[in-house]
Design a protein around this ligand. Structure first.
Ligand code: SF4
Length: 141
């Protein structure tokens, strides 16, 4: 199944962290897409600078191969429902991810928007969510 979900737009940030952000200076690299299409989280997260962002863009949209984190933009994001992130709500509604099991070892959990909204269920679905900032985000599964 593949579902298309939107990426965020520019705007003001909140105290929470968006785990499906664009590859741009100031963001953090938090996961890499493996050969099986699943995300492998990276701990600690790696800072993205201008050189990294430019190099990563040489091989197509970096968001299709990696996941990046930045401050959650809340009302500045097209996915903001008015009170929450619509992307993780769609993921949960689709029943993506296993019901149990270990959570990914993740660098941003204490501030993650998705974890704040949905708890462990978000983390179990998280490795199946791939961002593409030019087209939206897709769920592989
Ligand atoms: S949903 Fe869970 S695993 Fe994914 S980025 Fe947030 S805290 Fe990390």
């Amino acid at each position: 199944m593949t579902r298309r979900l939107g990426a965020e737009d520019a705007g003001d940030a909140s105290a929470l962290t968006c785990p499906s952000s664009r590859c741009e200076p100031g963001a953090s690299l938090i996961a890499i897409v493996g050969d099986d299409g699943r995300l492998a989280h990276i701990t600690p997260a790696l800072p993205v600078d201008e050189a990294f962002a430019e190099a990563a863009a040489q091989h197509g949209p970096p968001e299709a191969r990696m996941r990046f984190a930045s401050p959650c933009l809340e009302a500045g994001c097209a996915q903001w429902t008015g009170s929450s992130c619509g992307i993780i709500e769609q993921v949960m509604a689709a029943g993506i991810g296993p019901a149990g099991g270990r959570l990914p070892r993740c660098a941003i959990r204490p501030s993650c928007r998705w974890y704040a909204q949905e708890g462990a269920a978000a983390c179990r679905a998280c490795p199946l969510v791939v961002t593409d900032a030019t087209e939206g985000a897709t769920l592989e599964g």
